[in-house]
Design a protein. Structure first.
Length: 159
């Protein structure tokens, strides 16, 4: 997990996390903070183990830790945060020691984390699912306003 710890200490990474925190100061719904990234990473890793998908643990964690780092850009510039996060991830992955193939796989999964497509590579699908399954919706006070749930639908725990 040495490379993952390099991501966590990366100056750009810390800066993007702070930008997200600032941009979401008054957001009533889920925040896109470190807690979210770690929840996604752990559920993604569980999914990979359950499905016997052999992707390196630190590659899964890298995708999860970086998948929303461009969220602040969506608030400020109206751009898609999945694409923005993939772009911002490049330098951080590079300086954390991920090779070109790993960078490509991780950036693709980040880019696709908002939409499910059965034809997408395994990491893309794992990231999509863990992003949804990791949310602590049961403690949320605004479930009725959240577009994730239909009328009368209540959150259930799976992981
Ligand atoms: Fe996202
Ligand atoms: Fe997310």
């Amino acid at each position: 997990m040495e490379r993952v710890n390099k991501i966590l200490k990366n100056q750009k990474y810390v800066d993007y996390l702070n930008r997200n925190v600032k941009a979401e100061k008054n957001r009533i719904f889920c925040h896109h903070d470190l807690r979210h990234y770690l929840d996604v990473a752990r559920v993604a890793y569980i999914l990979a183990l359950e499905k016997n998908i052999s992707i390196k643990k630190d590659v899964i964690y890298a995708a999860a830790l970086l998948h929303d780092i461009g969220r602040w850009k969506e608030y400020l510039e109206g751009v898609d945060h999945a694409a923005a996060s993939a772009t911002l991830a490049k330098d951080i992955l590079e300086s954390s020691g991920f090779d070109n193939d790993e960078q490509a796989i991780i950036k693709e999964a980040i880019k696709n984390h908002r939409k499910y497509d059965a034809k997408n590579p395994p990491l893309d699908k794992i990231l999509y699912r863990s992003d949804k399954l990791s949310r602590p919706c049961m403690e949320c006070t605004v479930v009725a306003k959240c577009k994730r749930f239909g009328v009368g639908e209540s959150p259930k725990l799976f992981y």
